[in-house]
Design a protein around this ligand. Structure first.
Ligand code: TYD
Ligand code: MG
Length: 462
């Protein structure tokens, strides 16, 4: 028998080393390495060694035999279903990750209750909270009548036995996967070995029984417990629930989805009585806009198939530091650095002696290069002290030459802006020819970034 040896495993990225060190060489995380018992050979190797050609023949099928459309189990929460690609897929495994306290348990209890009320058998296993706590949350959400089967088991063998004792449930929620433990893994609960072992056992159980498995995983920064990243490859769908703490908006984002798109988002608002779906996120993100203040501009963005309007705020102030500060919330700092360089080099806007702060309102995070033009408008407006007109939206990508490039989904962006009462749109010149949506708005074509700068009357440098 192979001797069990010691191994040191990084709880953030799963890298295995032979020696302990303060910093993981693989991901650079500090204090994340914990000693775990190394497995005495992988299960596959054991089967080959012990079996000597006695393995069972696996059934191989044709591609044509597979059903074309995966059946769906809609949760009844439209924003959640949209991110899933139409609903939960029976037999699949979904990982819902997020910072502690962001609202994962709330979302899943609401989804579980909706499904249970619609007649599906739902098992909710909470390893973190006592039944009384879960009941208190249910009372707060007004869901005490929902026929959800609630448990607090964390032992893998007991969970599998419980699930196998009756007809397989349509949905099993494990809150959270980091509390699971199994006797057959010699490591403490919350370590990588336990997490991987228990998750893979539950996933194969779900695939076999046809239940949908939802695993909740806490994103951890200190590496005390293993993060959900290490089981992302095992599950079919990975969703992250995010939002700024202190902000009521929550955004559910698909990072991986074997059964649907990955660029969709679901927007929720955390209220006293639970998460409410936000059907028109633009109206919410723009609800308390500072009209008429310099340094703000509205970006007409796209998230997946849906247009979303957000306000971008900038503050440009003379710096007293040798190296001025650049701070950005909700956007890529490298993109801001690039935009500042283009404004300096191509448009003569001198930002070198100024601190620059940029913020995307509402705790929203932008990933699109199309946000460049709106960010530039906010920066230039703050620099000049002249407010950007509050009936105008901006979108367009800025290249290093200062040219403004066309971006996709122009008509959808314009339609959403018109719906919310905007009348003008600064758009890339290449995309300003007429369509019905374009005719409904006054388009202000911009081909070079310095044209936009000229609107705010910042004199170019000699
Ligand atoms: P929770 O779902 O427990 O977060 P997670 O499971 O991701 O750790 O939500 C915790 C926070 O949400 C908590 O700070 C209280 C707040 N909350 C509300 O504001 N309204 C509600 O109806 C509920 C249930 C929670
Ligand atoms: Mg929780």
């Amino acid at each position: 028998m192979a001797k069990a040896s010691r191994a040191f495993v990084c709880q953030a990225c799963g890298a295995v080393t032979a020696r302990w060190s303060g910093k993981c060489v693989s991901c650079g995380e500090w204090n994340s390495i914990i000693e775990e018992q190394a497995a005495s050979g992988s299960p596959a190797l054991i089967a080959i060694k012990g079996g000597k050609g006695k393995g069972r023949l696996a059934a191989l099928e044709t591609l044509a035999a597979a059903s074309l459309e995966a059946p769906r189990l809609p949760t009844g929460i439209a924003e959640f279903d949209r991110v899933l690609g139409g609903g939960l897929v029976p037999g699949s495994a979904v990982l819902v990750g997020g910072d502690p306290g962001i609202g994962k348990s709330t979302l899943l209890l609401q989804a579980a209750a909706k499904l249970a009320e619609a007649g599906a058998r739902v098992v909710y296993l909470s390893g973190e909270e006592a039944p009384a706590q879960v009941r208190m949350r249910a009372a707060r959400l007004g869901l005490t009548e929902a026929p959800v089967a609630l448990g607090t088991e964390t032992n893998l063998a007991n969970i599998v036995a419980t699930l196998g004792s009756a007809a397989p449930p349509a949905l099993v929620v494990i809150d959270s996967v980091q509390t699971l433990w199994s006797d057959s893994v010699e490591a403490a609960p919350g370590t990588i070995s336990q997490l991987r072992g228990c998750a893979s056992a539950l996933i194969s159980h779900a695939k076999g029984s046809g239940s949908t498995l939802v695993l909740v995983g806490h994103v951890t920064k200190d590496g005390q417990i293993a993060g959900p990243k290490v089981i992302e490859h095992m599950v079919d769908t990975v969703l992250y629930f995010e939002g700024l703490s202190g902000h009521q908006f929550r955004i559910l984002r698909a990072v991986k989805n074997r059964f649907g798109p990955t660029d969709e988002i679901g927007v929720f608002e955390m209220r006293q009585d639970g998460l409410k779906e936000v059907e028109n996120p633009s109206a919410l993100f723009l609800s308390d806009r500072d009209r008429g203040a310099p340094g703000t501009a509205v970006f007409a963005g796209m998230e997946g198939t849906r247009p979303i309007l957000v306000e971008i705020q900038a503050l440009v102030a003379p710096s007293s530091l040798g190296t001025p500060r650049r701070a950005v919330v909700g956007w890529d700092p490298n993109r801001l650095a690039m935009l500042i360089a283009v404004l300096e080099a191509r448009c003569g806007v001198r930002l070198g002696a100024h601190d620059v702060y940029l913020n995307v309102a509402g705790g929203f995070r932008l990933n699109e290069p199309a946000a460049d033009l709106a960010c530039a408008a906010a920066l230039v407006s703050s620099m000049s002290g002249k407010p950007a007109p509050d009936d105008t939206v901006y979108f367009g990508e800025v290249s290093l030459t200062g040219a403004v490039r066309a971006v996709g989904h122009r008509d959808q962006r314009l339609k959403e802006a018109a719906k919310l009462g905007f009348v003008r749109a600064a758009v890339p010149a290449a995309a300003s020819e007429g369509s019905r949506e374009a005719k409904a708005m006054r388009l202000l074509p911009v081909s070079q970034l310095d044209e936009l700068v000229a609107w705010f009357a910042i004199p170019p440098l000699e």
